[in-house]
Design a binder for this molecule. Structure first.
Ligand code: AHM
Ligand code: MG
Length: 357
């Protein structure tokens, strides 16, 4: 067995425990359990939560993969809009239910918040255990892409509750800055299914091996390139963007950067995490505060990207993880990706936002 509990030359981040050498498979469960020993205050709750999410992800993956085979795609019967005003798709509902079910069964968290629910959901204690964590998620981000067979994802964030563990959780337990996340991650249901997460000690990715039904460590200590050649933005809204954003996009074009936009945030972020680049969702006339949700889209993906060496800010140049949320379903603008590209955008905003229109 090779000991890797030292800084790796490529990124300087310590692998927190000894990993087997050679080609031995390390499953997500094994990795999570070994990592637990890294936390002084570990009680097993966080480990349990990550495992619950891994189980739910496998179940969701199974349904996403057969979406074209069975009559499950399309807008849910009789469904109205969700808390954010978007049409719910059937698989959104399914993914939401499975995540809630898995988390409720174990009782490792005390409350849940989801894009698909207006209010927080209390999780009754299991075996009288009082949990210290709350979990937020977007169960199936980019779900408008399902009908056309394009990748979608689950995004999650875990926080320690602030309220007294003897009473019910409150909304304030969720209204914490992203810097307070104890873990965050996503699952990308793509050409292969990959679960990527961080507990604040680097980022690791686990690809689902369908033949054994296990997420296996495939991307160890993920680091994003400092620079990139890709920019990712819905350029169809170009004329609705502010001047500084239009100038930056013009510059991307002048510099021969390639435009890549899937319209599924997890997929777009996963690409820039591996290949470098910048993802933008600025304010538009339709969404003056940005479209994406701060708590369960921007914050967890920002934690992942920062942990991998990237940067993330809103278009007011504030670090996303430092924003104090006021509402559960709050929207935010976002610019996230390779540090040099985010810094370049920052310079454009500083330069052009001062100009009169
Ligand atoms: P959703 O949570 O309703 O699926 O919306 C979020 C998605 C993101 O995945 C994606 O980046 C964005 O919406 C695309 O929006 P647009 O179609 O306006 O470019
Ligand atoms: Mg979403």
């Amino acid at each position: 067995m090779a000991t890797s509990a030292k800084k790796t030359p490529e990124n300087g981040i310590a692998v927190p425990f000894a990993l087997p050498g050679g080609n031995r498979i390390v499953t997500l469960d094994e990795f999570i359990i070994r990592s637990e020993k890294d936390f002084d205050y570990a009680t097993g709750e966080l480990t349990g939560l990550l495992r619950d999410i891994g189980v739910a992800a496998k179940i969701i993956n199974r349904e996403v993969n057969k979406a074209g085979l069975v009559n499950i795609i399309g807008v849910a019967d009789g469904s109205s809009d969700n808390a954010s005003g978007d049409k719910q798709q059937k698989l959104d509902v399914y993914a939401n239910e499975k995540l809630i079910e898995c988390l409720k069964n174990s009782g490792e968290c005390c409350a849940i918040a989801s894009e698909e629910n207006d209010d927080i959901i209390q999780v009754p204690p299991v075996n009288s255990k009082k949990s210290h964590y709350v979990v937020m998620f977007d169960p199936l981000d980019g779900s408008s892409n399902i009908d056309v067979n394009i990748s979608v994802g689950t995004i999650f964030a875990i926080y320690r509750r602030k309220s007294d563990p003897t009473g019910p959780a409150t909304v304030d337990d969720f209204l914490q800055a992203g810097s307070k996340q104890v873990a965050a991650g996503y699952v990308l249901y793509g050409t292969s299914t990959i679960l990527v997460y961080t507990t604040g000690r680097g980022v690791n990715g686990f690809t689902l091996d369908p033949s054994i039904g296990e997420f296996c460590l495939s991307h160890r200590n993920m680091r994003m390139p400092e620079d990139g050649q890709f920019y990712s933005v819905n350029q169809g809204y170009y004329s609705k963007f502010d001047l500084e954003m239009r100038r930056y996009i013009d510059n991307c074009s002048d510099e021969n950067y390639s435009l890549r936009y899937i319209g599924s945030m997890v997929s777009d972020i996963h690409r820039i995490l591996i290949q470098g680049g910048i993802f933008l969702y600025p304010s538009t006339r339709k969404y003056p505060k940005g479209k994406l949700r701060l708590l369960y889209e921007c914050n967890p993906l920002s934690m992942i990207v920062e942990q991998a060496g990237g940067k993330s800010m809103n278009t007011q140049l504030k670090r996303i993880l430092d924003v104090d949320p006021k509402e559960l379903h709050q929207r935010s603008t976002i610019a996230i990706g390779s540090p040099n590209m985010v810094d370049e955008l920052k310079a454009f905003i500083e330069r052009y936002s001062a100009l009169p229109l």
